[in-house]
Design a protein around this ligand. Structure first.
Ligand code: ADP
Ligand code: MG
Length: 571
């Protein structure tokens, strides 16, 4: 894991080198300053040479200035390094989420994904900056300071260091517990996010059932669990920092008392004592740094672990190694003995055989839950079949690149998703980079132009959270306009008009009929009136394809379709 963490430094080698070497120079200067003070007290002061004092001070001033400048570099550039790494990781994770297959999104809460992309990465930047640098500097300073202390006075140095094993024990004791605590905390905040996401996107349901209090109490439970998880992390942290404070002050005290005794017995000069006290402070700095790392490391690593977990989940539907890129397909679709299930226990489709010819319009009818949507999701490979195969123009869909396959298929569903942005941007989603003329042409063919002309801002009208609210029929026409731009040879209309009133449905039906022209079209319809003109009707039930034929043929057959038809038109 550590190695993978370090691989993120690679693109920022230069930044790291500058930051790291500046930090090393600052640390060396920090190590040298107390020596200068000691020399100042013991040699320079007794000599009474004022001009020498002035020139030494000037030298010190220069070094302080250099150190100040380098500290600025370490601070700013070091954080830049951390932020850059954090940004890279976030970008990579977002890209990875975009590549995931439908099943991943079926099984993962949106709030959890959001939490991973945002919160989980918050501490990684800090860790990336401070982690290796501070650890190295801390060790270097500690060893350096201790070595200098040894040269000043071996006895005093050894007595001072007695505390260190206790410190190390304390730090490692707390580190393990903190690791667990932070990991739990991230899990809890992800749950809080998921809860917010759920009840905000479902707020209309919540309020219509007046279940606000229920939602509030569920949220309180999650929020409290988060509080407890975070508190327990801070409890350990407070324990460790208090412990470290106590042990380090003890160190200073030991130096003062034992140093005083050494000085009384003539084994230590005043300058050496002053130098020693200063070195104890230099020694304390790395300990402080390490105790800060003790907080940062488990926090950052807990997030990094969760980041890797998501990053390592391979998309289920992937391009084959030698996948073919097709520029265009005719649209002959064949299902060969297709079996499919969402989970192992419950097969949804079994032994489906179906031939759909280029340019044909085939309607799918049947009870809800029979598998009509599922049949259509297999063509663009939103899921892969368990056995059997689906071919387009004789090529197995698994042999095509996802990109070229999906660019040949247009899907209009009952729910149209509109992105925050302008009307124009939403239509252009069907073909990024479409010209204004193309967009207007598509809008015209989708029967949108009168509606758009009635808006004061026309195509530039904002849609979404703070913008225009559109009716179901208007959204549906935007979806159709997108399809005119995309212009795919294969079209899937999944209950595209089911949620509309009959009047709106007729207008949309018009646009859809035009859209379906010269394309292989699969229509899933609830209202049988809308599919009267289909070339063929396929009746899907839980047991598979039950009937297949033209409208009048199926009526004459007197089976399931005829029955459905009778029920719908008697009313
Ligand atoms: P239809 O479109 O005919 O109403 P679907 O194809 O949507 O039917 O569903 C067929 C069956 O598959 C149903 O039993 C449904 O519960 C199940 N199903 C649909 N989508 C999923 C999914 N994403 N994950 C698991 N099961 C699903
Ligand atoms: Mg369906």
């Amino acid at each position: 894991m550590i190695r993978r963490f370090f691989s993120y430094y690679k693109p920022h080698k230069k930044l790291f080198t500058i930051d790291f070497s500046s930090a090393v120079i600052v640390a060396i200067l920090e190590l040298a300053f107390p020596l200068a003070v000691q020399w100042f007290v013991d040699d320079l002061l007794p000599s009474g040479n004022w001009s020498k004092i002035v020139s030494v001070s000037a030298g010190l001033l220069t070094l302080y200035l250099v150190s100040t400048f380098l500290q600025y570099i370490v601070n700013y550039w070091g954080h830049m390094l951390g932020i850059n790494i954090e940004t890279d990781m976030r970008q990579q994770l977002f890209q990875h989420v975009q590549r995931q297959s439908f099943r991943f999104f079926d099984n993962t809460k949106t709030g959890h994904i959001m939490s991973r992309v945002t919160n989980d990465l918050f501490d990684i930047g800090e860790l990336a900056h401070h982690g290796p640098e501070d650890l190295f500097i801390a060790i270097m300073t500690f060893v350096g300071a201790f070595w200098i202390m040894l040269t000043i006075n071996v006895k005093l140095a050894l007595v001072t260091i007695i505390i260190t094993p206790f410190l190390i024990w304390l730090i490692s004791f707390c580190n393990i517990r903190m690791n667990k605590a932070w990991k739990k905390m991230y899990g809890e905040i992800a749950d809080v996010n998921a809860r917010v996401e759920d009840s905000v996107s479902g707020v209309r349901v919540v309020q219509s059932f007046t279940n606000e209090d229920y939602e509030i109490s569920r949220f309180r439970t999650n929020n409290q669990r988060f509080r407890l998880a975070k508190l327990s992390a801070y409890k350990i942290m407070s324990f460790s920092s208090s412990g470290i404070y106590m042990l380090t002050r003890l160190m200073t005290l030991i130096v003062l008392v034992f140093g005083a005794w050494l000085s009384f017995t003539g084994q230590l000069t005043y300058g050496e004592l002053v130098g020693f006290v200063l070195y104890v402070n230099v020694l304390l700095k790395p300990i402080d740094k390490i105790s800060a790392l003790l907080e940062l490391y488990p926090k950052g690593m807990a997030g990094f672990k969760r980041f890797l977990e998501l990053l390592d989940s391979e998309p289920e539907v992937e391009d084959a190694e030698d996948a073919i890129e097709v520029a265009s397909l005719h649209g002959d679709i064949t299902f060969n003995n297709v079996t499919f299930s969402y989970d192992e226990h419950k097969p949804v489709l079994e032994g489906i055989n179906l031939q759909i010819n280029k340019g044909e319009t085939v309607a799918f009818v049947g009870p809800s839950g029979a598998g009509k949507t599922t049949i259509c999701s297999l063509i663009p490979r939103f899921y892969d079949v368990n056995s059997g195969s689906i071919t387009i123009d004789g090529i197995d869909v698994r042999e095509l690149t996802k990109k070229s396959l999906r660019s040949q298929i247009g899907i209009v569903q009952q729910d149209v998703f509109l992105f925050t942005g302008t009307l124009k941007e939403n239509i252009a989603y069907g073909m990024l980079g479409a010209t204004d003329e193309q967009i207007e042409e598509a809008a015209r063919r989708a029967h949108l132009e009168d509606f758009i002309a009635s808006l004061p801002l026309g195509y530039e009208t904002q849609i979404g959270e703070r913008g225009l609210k559109l009716s179901g029929g208007q959204k549906q026409r935007i979806a159709i306009a997108r399809m005119f731009l995309k212009n795919p040879p294969i079209l899937i209309l999944d209950e595209a008009t089911s949620a509309l009133d009959t009047e709106t449905e007729q207008i949309i039906q018009h646009a859809l009929t035009e859209l379906a022209q010269d394309r292989t079209t699969l229509v899933i319809a609830h209202r049988l009136a809308t599919i009267r003109n289909a070339d063929r009707i396929v009746v899907v039930t839980e047991d598979g394809i039950a009937e297949e034929g033209r409208h009048d043929e199926l009526i004459d057959l007197g089976g399931i379709f005829a029955n459905l038809h009778r029920v719908q038109f008697q009313r």
